[in-house]
Design a binder for this molecule. Structure first.
Ligand SMILES: Cc1ncc(COP(=O)(O)O)c(C=O)c1O
Length: 367
């Protein structure tokens, strides 16, 4: 068996090369690099895909979060509750606005933020919650929405890993605001950095669109209504995403099929991902759990199978967040999972033969 990479972007490009090359050529032929119809086409189609009113294309998932929090009015001194089990971009947006990051622990089974733990963290200063639909698994949103409603809090869903994931039959985001990343390895990935904000709130959408483009309204070149910046999505990336969006549901179906095969083969060896009845998981990452993680990871490496850990250091223990004075033991479910989780290769083009080989090597490592 040849080396099995963690993701295989080349395999995907080979499948859609002609369509992509045509879309890129169209942008180059028209020198249509900034905003314009390719961007608005993608925004319209992605909003439609999410069953939302508006989509605002931005330069990355990180800027989607920053622009969304800004447009939601988060400012210095506000508190924003989120999970310590996520990529740091989730909290960087909070910190950049000089608001305070407040962590709440995860649910052991789904690795997403535990609504009961959120309740304990709400104070007078709390202004927003950022649930992260981690690995492609939606957080349990109904109780989160209830907490937000009771306390008058904004919800900004971090959907960076969960394009097309569903909560109770609805695609995320299921509240007013969702932030997506189109980083190349994501389920819907650009060929560079890109991101988007999706929303049903037209006033918020207008503010977010202005913040991403120097504070001006659409069509106004030198009137700057508010202070914004440049967080625009690149038109080349929008054109590429327009092509790839057509394939997203088919790719999700393949990821889910691959996950099912992994589940069947691995259920007696390790803890496989749980999919609560409220969710449709889109398996951006396929994460197993075992006490024997480090040994397993090195044995898989010896067999040329690449794996990952998402994430090896929880955010409350990151050097960058020392000033928040969290310590080991503060978020036990996150800390324990950090030591036991392992992400296996997962992409639509992964073959049955490759999955069987990986499962066989996992069984060998366990025996
Ligand atoms: C959960 C989460 N949030 C935010 C981001 C940031 O997205 P980007 O890399 O497009 O800035 C990522 C990307 O890795 C992510 O996984």
């Amino acid at each position: 068996m040849n080396k099995i990479p963690f993701v295989d972007l080349k395999a995907q490009y080979r499948e859609i090369k002609e369509e992509i090359d045509d879309a890129v050529k169209d942008v180059l032929d028209n020198t249509a690099f900034i905003m314009g119809e390719r961007v608005s086409n993608f925004e319209d189609r992605f909003a439609e895909y999410c069953n939302a009113k508006s989509c605002i294309g931005v330069s990355s998932g990180t800027s989607a979060l920053l622009v969304a929090l800004k447009a939601a009015g988060i400012k210095q001194g506000d508190e924003v509750i989120t999970t310590p089990n996520t990529f740091i971009a989730t909290t960087e947006a909070i910190s950049e606005l000089n608001a305070k990051v407040v962590f709440a622990d995860i649910d052991r089974e789904t690795y997403t933020i535990d609504p009961e733990k959120i309740k304990e963290k709400v104070t007078e200063k709390t202004k927003a919650i950022i649930p992260v639909h981690l690995y492609g698994q939606p957080a349990d949103m109904d109780p989160i929405k209830e907490i937000a409603q009771e306390n008058d809090l904004a919800i900004v869903e971090d959907c960076a890993q969960s394009h097309g994931a569903e909560y109770k039959g609805r695609k995320v985001p299921v509240s007013q605001i969702g932030c997506f990343s189109f980083y190349p390895g994501k389920n819907l990935g650009a060929y560079g950095d890109a991101g988007a904000i999706v929303t049903n709130d037209s006033e918020f959408a207008e503010r977010a669109a202005m913040i991403r483009d120097h504070g001006r309204k659409k069509g106004e070149k030198y009137t700057h209504t508010i202070i914004g910046s440049n967080y625009r999505i690149d038109a080349l990336q929008a054109a590429i995403l327009n092509v790839k969006l057509k394939h997203l549901d088919e790719w999700i179906a393949k990821r889910r099929k691959n996950a099912q095969l992994y589940n069947d083969l691995l259920k007696d060896e390790v803890a496989t991902p749980k999919e609560p009845e409220y969710s449709k998981h889109v398996y951006h990452l396929y994460v197993i759990r075992t006490k024997n993680r480090d040994n397993l990871q090195s044995q898989l490496k010896e067999n040329q199978i690449s794996t990952g850990i998402h994430y090896p250091i929880p955010l409350h223990l990151q050097p960058a967040y020392q000033d928040l004075h969290y310590k080991e033991g503060d978020f036990r479910d996150t800390e324990e999972s950090t030591k036991e989780i392992l992400s296996l290769p997962m992409y639509p083009e992964l073959t049955e033969e490759q999955i069987k080989f990986i499962a066989e090597k996992i069984k060998e490592a366990a025996s």
